[in-house]
Ligand binder design. Structure first.
Ligand SMILES: Nc1ncnc2c1ncn2[C@@H]1O[C@H](COP(=O)(O)OP(=O)(O)OP(=O)(O)O)[C@@H](O)[C@H]1O
Ligand SMILES: CC(C)(CO)[C@@H](O)C(=O)[O-]
Ligand code: BAL
Length: 293
């Protein structure tokens, strides 16, 4: 495995691999790697000849009062995890390598996908994500790129960008890896105090409850689902709800009532704060599931 810091060097090394007929799988991350990242790298390893991991904490996707400066970083551990997962190249650029000043070109995805949920709570976030992912795709030119469904809205934004801008890459969504009690693995879990960590289990519990309820009915109103989520999360005294929502997926349209048998997919999504730590999680219900009484 090689660690590469410049765009020119990565292009040269990948050009040589492509010359040998290699397919390239790409896993973009912000580092502080955990089992969720590992599952993406391992999947990329099984489906491609060459695997590239990027580790770049992208300033463009953080708001002014967010955690860019204190985002957890551990280069040594990340290198060991990536090596074990079979990565060929880690691309670890500096901020000035990715963004020579001034930055005058950005990518914006518009529509429902960037006006709901995290787009409301984190203004400008998805412009920052679309811009950096677009740049990374141009640099790496992957055949396949792997993203976690914990960030389901991010997957939808990137898919929209790839479709609308005719980017020649297949987006591979990967299942959310969880701790034993159900908490979605996340680099930000490290910020939680022991009390907050114990109570953070309410996110996945609330989603499981909402899913079970929705699938036990022939129709369910979105307000019923929201009440169920809010009531369960409120059992954790340290939790503050940013949003608890249910929308169509991947369209992110608001609906009044969901009918499982009509075939529309529904995302039930949460963002909950514990102190300064903001956690997200979601579950997607596929339509056409017969209701169970
Ligand atoms: N629990 C998980 N299971 C599967 N994939 C995940 C998981 N957590 C993150 N990913 C995916 O890993 C990629 C890189 O994510 P990132 O580096 O932001 O990690 P993260 O744990 O989501 O960090 P954060 O705590 O900042 O949200 C993204 O595609 C993300 O969806
Ligand atoms: C896709 C990504 C690496 C872009 O910075 C980031 O949003 C993330 O880690 O999910
Ligand atoms: N996991 C998405 C990246 C972010 O929270 O900024």
């Amino acid at each position: 495995m090689e660690i590469i810091e410049t765009i020119a060097e990565l292009r040269k090394r990948l050009g040589a691999r492509r010359g040998q007929g290699h397919t390239v799988g790409f896993v973009p991350t912000m580092g502080y790697l955990h089992e969720g990242h590992r599952s993406l790298m391992e999947r990329a390893r099984t489906e491609n000849d060459t695997v590239v991991l990027s580790i770049f904490v992208n300033p463009l996707q953080f708001g002014p009062n967010e955690d860019f400066d204190r985002y957890p970083r551990d280069k040594e551990r990340d290198v060991a995890v990536a090596e074990q997962a079979g990565v060929d190249f880690i691309f670890m650029p500096t901020v000035s390598e990715m963004y020579p000043q001034p930055v005058n070109a950005r990518v914006t995805v518009t529509g429902d996908v960037t006006t709901k949920l995290d787009a409301v709570s984190r203004p400008g976030h998805f412009d920052g994500v679309a811009t950096v992912v677009s740049k990374l795709f141009h640099i790496v030119q992957p055949d396949r790129a792997y993203f976690g469904m914990k960030d389901a809205q991010q997957v939808a934004v990137i898919r929209q960008m790839v479709d609308d801008l005719n980017m020649n890459v297949t987006i591979v969504p990967c299942e959310t890896e969880r701790e034993e009690d159900g908490l979605a693995k996340s680099s930000r879990n490290v910020y939680l105090s022991p009390e907050e960590r114990a109570q953070a289990v309410v996110l996945s519990q609330a989603l499981a409850k909402a899913k079970k309820y929705a699938l036990s009915q022939s129709s369910v109103t979105i307000s019923e689902l929201k009440s169920l989520l809010v009531n369960h999360i409120s059992t954790a005294p340290l939790a503050r709800i940013d949003y608890a929502e249910a929308l169509t997926y991947p369209g992110f349209r608001e609906i009044h009532t969901w009918y499982p048998e009509l075939g529309t997919e529904l995302i039930i999504a949460l963002a909950v704060k514990f102190g300064n730590t903001r956690l997200i999680d979601n579950v997607i219900l596929s339509g056409n599931q017969p209701f169970i009484r």
